[in-house]
Design a protein around this ligand. Sequence first.
Ligand code: GLV
Ligand code: MN
Ligand code: MN
Ligand code: MN
Length: 382
Amino acid sequence: MTRFRELWDQLAPIGRDPDSGGYLRYAWTPAELACREWFRAQADARDMPVEEDGNGNLIAWYGSGSGPAVLTGSHFDSVPHGGAYDGPLGIVSAFLAVDRLPRPTDRPIGVVAFAEEEGARFGVPCLGSRLLTGAIEPARAAALTDRAGVTVEAALGARPTGNTGLLDRVSRYVELHIEQGRALEVPVGVGTAIWPHGRWRLDFAGEANHAGTTRMADRRDPMLTYAYTVLAANKEARLRGAHATVGRVSVEPNATNAVPALVRGWLDARAADAETLSGLVEAVHKRAVERAARDGTTVTLTEESVSPVVDFDGGLVDSCARLLDAPVLPTAAGHDAGVLSAHVPTVMLFVRNPTGVSHSPVEHATDEDCEAGIEALAAVLA
Ligand code: GLV
Ligand code: MN
Ligand code: MN
Ligand code: MN
């Protein structure tokens, strides 16, 4: 059995839903904490001291060089019923790439596990890296709540410390990640850019009423406004070559025999450039408001998070592509690498995904491609 398979099999059962085969690894829940225990055991086995940064991120330090450090890693947390590879592959690969480096290294290497990358629990993606870089105020992050009303501060057990200057010791970040679309046809590619993207909450408010006795003409049904808006978002995105998704919705009172009082939908929108993205969100909002006037409902749009366009470090992209003889490609998925790239030269390596599917149990990479990714990461670190 390969070392990769051995480590992969250790993580595989943690947080796996037996029915869907997908993962439920939300930040600071037992499954994700078990992954962190695994991380500490891996670090211990390599005599790598583990630093906690006060924001829920873990860093295991390798090598004793005095130069500025290189960070590499990813995240353990998943979307609901997510795949095995999105996140953990970057951490497993980081440990196995470090194993291939000569000791001593001439500069420290930090293997990092970022907290709440998906934003599946508290709504803001890349929360750990945003805190580390100062991209979100610790007070705002501390007060974010999950669906049960638990705050980040309570989940973390302390107020996040925010930017304490840790990145002043870091000169490069490289994140290996499974490719999340159909763009990569060889085992390993080099990331060039991340599309700007964000999350907006749409509150459609109407009037709860009896499904049997309320005449159709008398209803103020926010479900209609919501449904129309989902279709409009799809159309507006297609018109622009952009992406729009409503993948999360909640309904009040959520009764079969009641016209709803409130429908809440979360819009995930992404585009190749900032103008297209803001134009898309404005168009969706405008069409929602127009439809609300017809339905006797109201619409409120709230921005929950926005991630600006990211261009990874041109020098690093070129040198990695040459070193690995690998193709370059952009992505429309968000990553901690996108947040870090505003602070340190950053690059990503992608491992082929033959299914082309991600944020789903179907997401896959072959062991051979994962090994190629580890080898590529080791070469880049070296
Ligand atoms: C995270 O994976 C995202 O792109 O939403
Ligand atoms: Mn993801
Ligand atoms: Mn990811
Ligand atoms: Mn991501």
